[in-house]
Design a protein around this ligand. Structure first.
Ligand SMILES: NC(=O)c1ccc[n+]([C@@H]2O[C@H](COP(=O)([O-])OP(=O)(O)OC[C@H]3O[C@@H](n4cnc5c(N)ncnc54)[C@H](OP(=O)(O)O)[C@@H]3O)[C@@H](O)[C@H]2O)c1
Length: 238
């Protein structure tokens, strides 16, 4: 069985942890990055530089995957690219909204639609779209982010429903906050407040989140169309 992982956001805090764990589990990894480098070297790792704000074709990646994927392949496809910043509803900016939608959401649809005829040949494909627990409990000034991530929650349901017969399982994972490039400027007091609001009193880490994702895709044969919240109970009440 040829094990293949496709990862967007491969240069991010979560992406790098995912790459390491899939390589450790003997996957061949195809990872997308943009402005940052993927700082891992391995013969089983193939890197692709695409700007997901604008990219629609993914020609080289698709050509490479077409050569690799067979009916014996087991695929994990993780859409982990993402951008986050604050803005107010009253300052709505169409260009900025499009940027969020393209990186967080639409880029996945462009890539998946191009890959579908290849992926459906595989014996199993587990798709994970990274969402956010902010789709459950909201956050002021995060409208673009929440809207794009909420759409990811729906996309997995649609794929699960329409493509389940091709051995494609699609789920969203909605993490709570974890320290990453996205929030490295948060001050200690803010982090402590977030931590105190979590019932288990511990922040998630990119390493632990990557383990949950890799274990899930390694073992999942029947869960599909679900939104799995991983936030230590943060959205239960606060
Ligand atoms: N950190 C959190 O608290 C948190 C909580 C819930 C959900 N999430 C989600 O978890 C996922 C991973 O985020 P992270 O925290 O690991 O953040 P991160 O370290 O900032 O990683 C973001 C990734 O997205 C990529 N990206 C951004 N803009 C791109 C573009 N235009 N084209 C291509 N790639 C682009 C970055 O690539 P380059 O750097 O190479 O440009 C990077 O690989 C994201 O979907 C995020 O929304 C994060």
């Amino acid at each position: 069985m040829k094990r293949i992982a496709i990862i967007t956001g491969g240069s991010g805090s979560l992406g790098l942890e995912l790459i390491k764990k899939y390589l450790d589990n003997n996957y061949i990894v195809y990872a997308i990055h943009n402005n940052s480098e993927i700082t891992i070297e391995n013969d089983n790792l193939f890197k692709y530089k695409y700007d997901l704000e604008n990219e629609k074709e993914f020609t080289i990646l698709i050509k490479d995957l077409k050569k690799k994927i067979t009916d014996k392949s087991k695929i994990s496809f993780i859409h982990a690219s993402g951008i986050y910043s604050k803005s107010n509803i009253e300052d709505f900016d169409y260009e900025e909204f499009n940027r969020f939608m393209n990186v967080n959401t639409i880029s996945f649809l462009c890539l998946y639609s191009k890959l579908f005829n290849v992926i459906k040949k595989a014996s199993l494909c587990n798709i994970i779209l990274i969402s956010s627990n902010l789709t459950k409990r909201l956050n002021k000034g995060s409208m673009y982010y929440v809207l794009s991530k909420s759409m990811n929650n729906q996309i997995v349901k649609q794929i699960a429903y329409e493509h389940g017969s091709h051995n494609i399982l699609a789920n969203a994972i909605a993490p709570g906050m974890f320290i990453s490039n996205m929030n490295k400027d948060y001050d200690k007091d803010k982090l402590k407040t977030i931590e105190n609001n979590i019932p288990i009193k511990k922040l998630l880490t990119a390493t632990d989140l990557a383990s949950y994702i890799v274990n899930f895709t390694e073992n999942n044969l029947y869960i599909t169309g679900e939104i799995i919240t991983i936030d230590g109970g943060n959205t239960l009440g606060y």
